[in-house]
Design a protein around this ligand. Structure first.
Ligand SMILES: [Zn+2]
Ligand SMILES: [Zn+2]
Length: 393
């Protein structure tokens, strides 16, 4: 008996390397989405284009099952140079698939092709190819433009490659997987003056130093010690290195905040602002504060996780991890999981080659994981949409 997935691996490996060589940034995935749309259509799958600009949704409905699920792959690359030499190295300067989204796109296409052939389920699956995961808001835009009105889902699933796990290994874990990813800005407005006469002005630089030095007391003294949270100051603009006798009027500080629960997220928003205002008051200056909510945390739903776990155990046997530490990174899959019960899984990418992890200039998706990833997606659909199993089993 032939195995349609095994038969497709050579093609999918070629495809993955072609996508790697032609990385496109968020909302610019023209070539990638053309390839996705063409391959879905060739497989006989109905496509919808244009959600989120370059987004593609493929819909495959088989039999009379009423359950509908969505599977998501992100398509975008990062604005960074590829430094490792490989035959399929990025052809575009300053752009690189350093997060393995070339692999994610390939896996979901592989599953779509296999399922369109085997047609071994009863129900509807939406293959969601998302633009702009890397901080540009692709998922939010797809949702805002009506993704779930056009394609309602009873559950949604996401997958990310993970170095450190074997390519035939997967982690499927209930609860928090990725943190919220929010930005904040503080501007301290004082009164600039001669560096030799600080008493004649209001120094925002010393205030900024106090604020930054105190920032970690939010984590250490306010947030529940059993709740993970991160606050980091990542940008600091003040004065001019060529004017070392001038105290400036303004200091601008910016950073990130991460949490796994809505409560801690609210606390971070409030406390960073309180610290900024309190510091400004202490120094007799003004603070302006802005907290920008970007991405909620990804928290795996119990029922969707149980369903993903069943498929994972079928495909990966004993190499399924049900406990795995969450990441302090964020993923805008959170917006999809806000619309339907969601589960986000980690597929092994093998050892970190030369220490290269996600977003490193030498990172690469591991082609050995293609078969396992395609089998996982395919089995998940076949089990999820088996037509006869009790939805709450
Ligand atoms: Zn990334
Ligand atoms: Zn990624």
């Amino acid at each position: 008996m032939t195995d349609p997935i095994l038969d497709d691996i050579a093609f999918l490996t070629e495809l993955r390397r072609d996508l790697h060589a032609h990385p496109e940034l968020g909302f610019e995935e023209e070539r990638t989405s053309d390839i996705v749309a063409k391959l879905l259509e060739e497989a006989g799958i109905t496509i919808h284009r244009g959600l989120g600009g370059t987004g593609v949704v493929g819909t495959l409905q088989i039999g009379n099952g009423t359950r509908t699920i969505g599977l998501r792959a992100d398509m975008d690359a990062l604005a960074m140079p590829e430094m490792a030499d490989r035959p399929y190295k990025s052809k575009f300067a300053g752009k690189m698939h350093a997060c393995g989204h070339d692999g994610h796109t390939t896996l979901l296409l592989g599953a779509a092709r296999a399922l369109a052939k085997s047609r071994n389920f009863s129900g509807t699956v939406h293959f969601i190819f998302q633009p702009a995961e890397e901080g540009r808001g692709g998922a939010k835009r797809m949702v805002e433009e009506g993704l779930f009105n056009l394609f309602p889902c009873d559950a949604v699933y996401g997958l990310h490659n993970m170095p450190g796990l074997d390519p035939d290994e997967i982690a499927v874990v209930e609860g928090p997987q990725l943190a919220s990813s929010d930005s904040w800005r503080v501007t301290f407005r004082g009164t600039g003056t001669h560096g030799a006469k600080p008493h004649l002005g209001k120094d925002p630089v010393t205030a900024a130093a106090t604020f930054i030095a105190s920032l970690q007391t939010i984590i250490g003294r306010v947030i529940d010690p059993l709740q993970p949270a991160v606050v980091s100051a990542c940008s600091l603009q003040a004065g001019d290195p060529k004017a070392l006798n001038v105290i400036p009027d303004i200091v601008e500080i910016g950073g990130t905040a991460r949490a796994y629960t809505p409560h801690v997220r609210d606390q971070l928003e409030q406390e960073i602002g309180r610290l900024a205002q309190g510091t400004a008051m202490m120094y007799g200056i003004i603070a302006e504060y802005d907290f920008i909510r970007r991405i909620p945390p990804v928290v795996n739903n119990a029922d969707a996780t149980a369903r993903a776990l069943r498929a994972a155990q079928d495909v990966f046997g004993s190499k399924v991890r049900t406990s795995f530490p969450p990441s302090t990174a964020g993923d805008d899959f959170a917006f999809f999981a806000g619309e339907a019960p969601g589960c986000y899984v980690w597929l092994g990418n093998g050892p970190a080659v030369d220490g290269a992890l996600h977003h490193n200039t030498a990172y690469d998706f591991n082609d050995d994981a293609i078969e396992h990833g395609v089998r996982f997606w395919t089995r998940l659909v076949e089990q999820e949409l088996s037509g006869d199993h009790d939805a709450t089993a």
